[in-house]
Design a protein around this ligand. Structure first.
Ligand code: BEZ
Length: 372
């Protein structure tokens, strides 16, 4: 005999925990499964901070989504009774023609978002931690900030469980198949059935559904001790995205108590998850230090520590939110190409809609399998 649910959510990281929480809020019978004990550091929902920003350089189409994500993060904070989002502002620095600066301004103008444009000298004066080249400008977004990923995942799981979701951690999904009107999931311990299955497996999705056009990318993030601590305190230093001419976008978060976080966006090794080292190697930090030496020189030096994160990339780097190509009751929710955490709250709401047969509240055509 299998136990039965309305929805099974496989993977309880950012997206899966948000989906379980949103389903439980609606009174659905939910089972959540995770191979580890989330919040954990094996996937891509860890690392103490994630930037949330509204003037979305990647595409203005993300703005309504991130605006709903803000509402849902604040609602989660209210229900959890804890602060999950810290408004630090975000400064995007690059030439006016760079995708990051041009795109942030385009999204801000199109959606009427508050922002300030600063020339390089004004950036250096206002934020002495940053040393942009003269040809660069800064776009400051005051409403942007930083989410605490471990606490977000923890709060979503705690509140999902409090509303009746059954969360089974340390229990990987071994097999799954659609069988008539149900999806059957087997683990080492039991067999479960449900009306729908949400695969929110992050970097485990490519090996679970090998036909998908996904690549897992190894990314290493570091924390540095500032030589001038006051300049890197969140009161003086926003989160930042730097787009060096001809180089890779890098980003960071002010010192929230454990050092200044900094990392390069993309450009990491790709391959099957089990072949990507979870350990930080001595040479991982070199390209980050080179960029810091030029643009944030008071952070130069050996990092305090580093941690490996995994991006699950689609070819276009857009999100994938769609039905499984062959299994009508199975939903693919999560590959976010390294920029998804901030959206987890709204992705959970969308996934809960999809899995319960409700029409989604957003146009998802850009995120379907055929479009990514
Ligand atoms: C993000 O937090 O979304 C992000 C950070 C750095 C580069 C691109 C995206």
């Amino acid at each position: 005999m299998s136990r039965s649910y309305d929805v099974i959510v496989a993977g309880l990281g950012a997206m899966g925990s948000a989906t379980a929480y949103q389903l439980a809020r609606r009174g659905a019978r939910v089972l959540g499964l995770d191979r580890f004990r989330p919040p954990h550091a094996h996937g891509s929902s860890h690392g103490e901070s994630r930037i949330i920003r509204e003037a979305y350089f990647e595409d203005p189409a993300y703005v309504p989504l991130v605006q709903r994500a803000y509402e849902l993060w604040h609602a989660l904070e209210d229900e959890a009774g804890e602060t999950l989002l810290r408004t630090s502002g975000v400064l995007t620095v690059g030439t006016l023609e760079s995708e990051a600066v041009e795109g942030a301004i385009r999204s801000a103008e199109l959606h009427g978002l508050a922002y300030h444009r600063l020339n390089a000298q004004a950036v250096r004066q206002r934020y002495p931690a940053f040393r942009p080249d003269d040809a660069m400008v800064g776009v400051f977004e005051p409403r942007a900030g930083v989410l605490d990923p471990e606490r977000c995942v923890g709060a979503q799981l705690r509140l999902a469980a409090a509303r009746g979701a059954e969360l089974r951690t340390g229990e990987p999904m071994l097999r799954w198949r659609q069988s008539g009107d149900a999806v059957v999931v087997e683990t080492r311990d039991a067999r479960y059935s449900a009306g729908a299955l949400v695969l929110a497996l992050g970097p485990w999705l490519p090996e679970t559904v090998p036909a998908l056009p996904l690549r897992v990318e190894r990314q290493v993030v570091f924390w540095f001790r500032p030589r001038t601590p006051a300049e890197f305190a969140p009161e003086r230093c926003p989160a930042f995205l730097f787009s060096p001419p001809g180089g890779r976008l890098f980003y960071g978060v002010p010192d929230l108590g454990t050092g200044v976080k900094a990392a390069i966006h993309h450009g990491g090794e790709t391959g099957p998850l089990h072949q990507l080292s979870p350990e930080v190697r001595p040479d991982d930090v070199r390209p980050v230090r080179e960029l810091l030496a030029r643009y944030l020189p008071d952070l130069e030096g050996e990092p305090l520590r580093g941690v490996v994160c995994r991006y699950t990339n689609t070819p276009s780097h857009r999100f994938l939110l769609d039905r499984h190509p062959e299994q009508q009751r199975v939903w693919l929710v999560s590959p976010c190409s390294g920029h998804g955490f901030k959206f987890a709250s709204v992705v959970g709401e969308i996934a809960a809609d999809l899995a319960t047969g409700q029409p989604p509240r957003f146009d998802l055509s850009a995120f379907c399998l055929a479009a990514v």
